[in-house]
Design a binder for this molecule. Sequence first.
Ligand SMILES: NC(=O)c1ccc[n+]([C@@H]2O[C@H](COP(=O)([O-])OP(=O)(O)OC[C@H]3O[C@@H](n4cnc5c(N)ncnc54)[C@H](O)[C@@H]3O)[C@@H](O)[C@H]2O)c1
Length: 249
Amino acid sequence: MKIALSGYGKMGKIIEKMALDRKHEIVLIIDQDNQHEMTPENLRQADVVIEFSTPHSVLANIQKCFEAGVPVVVGTTGWYEQMEQIKQQCLDNGNAFLWASNFSVGVNIFFHVNKMLAKIMNRYPYYEVQVEEIHHTQKLDAPSGTAITIAEGILDNLENKKGWKNVLTNDGAEEPYTVKPDELLIESLRIENVPGTHTVVYDSEVDSIEFKHTAHNRNGFALGAVLAAEWLQGKQGFYSAQDMFNFNV
Ligand SMILES: NC(=O)c1ccc[n+]([C@@H]2O[C@H](COP(=O)([O-])OP(=O)(O)OC[C@H]3O[C@@H](n4cnc5c(N)ncnc54)[C@H](O)[C@@H]3O)[C@@H](O)[C@H]2O)c1
């Protein structure tokens, strides 16, 4: 496949390597300094665009891909309030779009089991649930997109929680968090040089259940994004990684 990269930071560079390893060709690389090269003509040289840039640039970049009629895989996080608008545009224009807050296989297994666990925990309301996420200090958004997907998986399946609330700390200092009984707390912690940890904790007076995913590096995200680009080829419509992984067991 011919791939265009939109965003050439930490992820863009690893995606380039993964794509070349899988015998794809990189035909265009767009970053902050050469945005003017993201023209319809240049984009149309590619079979698919893989977008890992910033929360501030992602929407404009998606629009450019839609205008050029080129399928786009989006890994950038921090833009999900605009999801409905992007979905409508995609469907109205007959584009191909796939997004994921996290492309790693392990995290997508985690997402699925998280929903099953929340369903079971409805029977045991004396467990209090919370989500914890740890990322590197350069991360622009909080909570992480992955933590939001985890929280939504819980909210869709656990009857006594109705919305989530985020608390961000940079030093791990304990703070008195106040959440309403029907709110799900997402605790975000920022530490130097960590690729990402997500934990769901169900805590009771007698014991705790901890369900945890730890990324050892960024390679899993990059491979998942390239697999998504391969999966999207020849399709039209609005998809998430859940459609690609399809863990209906
Ligand atoms: N979905 C996933 O699996 C997954 C995994 C890791 C990171 N992410 C997300 O991907 C995004 C990028 O992560 P990163 O670690 O590579 O960040 P990064 O800061 O290393 O890279 C972002 C790049 O985007 C470039 N950029 C700025 N404006 C641009 C524009 N208008 N067009 C194109 N590029 C532009 C920056 O110059 C930079 O090189 C973040 O939102 C992050 O949360 C998602």
